[in-house]
Design a binder for this molecule. Structure first.
Ligand code: 5AD
Ligand code: SF4
Length: 475
């Protein structure tokens, strides 16, 4: 078993028995067939899902599976799904349709679907009817049970399984198989209590549950000992971290403790809810050079009326004040955001408020979306008199403005010498490297692949809307 980029720890006792059993059966298979069983995981959605997939892969590798990127060679296919917008959901459903042929060709193939989509009311039934070749359906709260599910499927004690428990206690110590040796995703809080009226996340990920601070610090120390130099702390709302622990722990304290870890160079986090971003936190970011001065601060809309209808808990003016506060302590901080256009009954005036806010803040980058109706959320019950045509047109206008500011900000980087963490080699050209600045900007430059995972200095020579180009400076 390959151990690189892995945090190998033990799972619970019961699960460990299932894991060992599957491992034994898979080893028998490998000696009989001259090859290991292979697994393929397809991940949709956000970084939380990416991290869940790293855990699923960690468990599968411990069970003796080998990762493959070739669907046709897989003995087990898992789709880790997202349901935040309808588009993500339809992608999964159409992919499932395509997998039917593979199952016909190889009846031994196990196809599983997990993640957020599975937690939606009625989805299991929908998949069972439209994709009967799927044998395994489980949700977001019981990844750690994967060894048991697979054991039951491969020993044929079950033909098809669906397992959807309610929120369970946080499972510590699950093995992970990270995508990168030098950077890692670390969950700090699960779920969300905010119930923004358009959003399905609180229904599928449950209420906020924070990990114990010592468990997080321990995990990060282990990661650093394993060669990790950058971590990204994950949560639907990292600023709520610690509230449910009721022992005075908060996000600023966690950050301060993590900064003390020798060898850890960069700390990122996402996502911050504007209503919970405190001055204490901004000061903490300003005080510690290890914490990247990048705030991903989803605004969603610039209209206070729409923000109220969204249940966001702040007005346009509150948000602008917050940005001012950030710029007071950190004038060079990068600020990025998420924006939804076409929320039910958004008027042209509301939309122009969003454009006005974008012009005032001048975001470094933004993810923009057309509102997508999610069954079961309060917004789905609102009447909507805005046509899709109009929503599409607003999105285009918004993107044009966002792009203009992103380019103008990128231009201020030209001629600067910046520290970059080299993340990888360009897909199209092996001599071109790509890396990230502390402000989370992607920089492309020529260099040797041996630099991947290292910090280098690059002089920026060209600014495009979403990327920078530069020249590597010799050390
Ligand atoms: N429609 C469109 N965008 C949505 N988001 C969340 N729910 C919806 C929805 N129903 C966006 C928000 C959030 C990001 C992760 O996804 O902007 O910040
Ligand atoms: Fe969804 Fe709002 Fe929670 Fe973000 S804060 S996950 S948008 S409910």
């Amino acid at each position: 078993m390959e151990n690189s980029h892995s945090t190998v720890q033990s799972v619970g006792e019961n699960e460990q028995d299932y894991l060992s059993e599957v491992q034994r059966l898979n080893a028998l298979y490998a000696s009989k067939n001259g090859r290991c069983k292979k697994c393929f995981i397809d991940t949709y959605g956000c970084q939380m899902n990416e991290h869940d997939s790293e855990i699923l892969l960690g468990l599968l590798v411990q069970m003796g599976y080998e990762k493959t990127d070739d669907l046709s060679k897989a003995d087990l296919i898992l789709l880790n799904t997202c349901c935040i917008r309808e588009k993500a959901e339809s992608k999964v459903l159409s992919h499932l349709g395509e997998l039917r042929r593979l199952k016909n060709d190889n009846p031994e193939l196990i196809i599983g679907v997990c993640g957020c989509m599975m937690q939606q009311v009625g989805m299991i039934e929908k998949i069972k009817t439209s994709a009967p070749h799927v044998q395994l359906l489980f949700g977001t709260h019981n990844l750690h049970k994967l060894p048991e599910f697979i054991y039951r499927l491969i020993t044929n004690s079950e033909q098809q399984m669906e397992i959807l428990p309610k929120e369970t206690a946080i499972q510590e110590g699950l093995p992970t198989k990270r995508e990168f040796p030098f950077k890692a995703l670390v969950n700090i809080i699960y779920g969300c209590n905010n119930f923004c009226t358009y959003c399905i996340v609180p229904y599928v990920r449950g209420r906020e549950r924070s990990r114990q601070i010592n468990d997080i610090v321990e995990e990060v120390k282990n990661l650093v000992a394993d060669g990790v130099v950058e971590i990204t702390l994950l949560g639907q709302n990292v600023n709520s971290y610690g509230k449910d622990l009721k022992d005075g722990t908060n996000f600023a304290l966690l950050l301060t403790k993590l900064c003390e870890i020798d060898g850890l160079k960069r700390i990122r986090y996402m996502t911050s809810h504007p209503k919970d971003l405190t001055e204490e936190l901004i000061q903490t970011v300003a005080r510690h050079p290890k914490i990247c001065s990048h705030f991903h601060l989803p605004v969603q809309s610039g209209s206070s009326a729409i923000l109220k209808a969204m249940n966001r808990g702040y007005t346009k003016e509150d948000y602008l004040l917050l940005v001012e506060k950030i710029r007071h302590y950190l004038p060079k901080a990068a600020i990025t955001t998420d924006i939804i256009v076409g929320f039910p009954n958004e008027t042209e005036e509301d939309f122009l408020e969003t454009i006005d806010l974008v012009q005032k803040v001048q975001f470094d980058n933004a993810f923009s979306f057309i509102y997508s109706k999610r069954a079961g959320t309060p917004a789905a019950r609102m009447q909507d008199d805005v046509s899709l045509e109009e929503k599409k047109e607003r999105l285009q206008r918004l993107n044009d403005v966002l792009g203009d500011y992103a380019k103008a900000i990128n231009e201020t980087y030209v001629h600067q010498v910046i520290e970059i963490l080299v993340e990888g080699v360009s897909k199209n050209n092996a001599n071109m490297l790509s890396g990230k600045t502390a402000s989370n900007k992607t920089v492309i430059f020529a260099g040797d692949a041996a630099l991947v995972g290292q910090f280098v200095l690059v002089e920026i020579t060209e600014a495009q809307t979403w990327i920078l180009k530069g020249v590597l400076l010799e050390p």
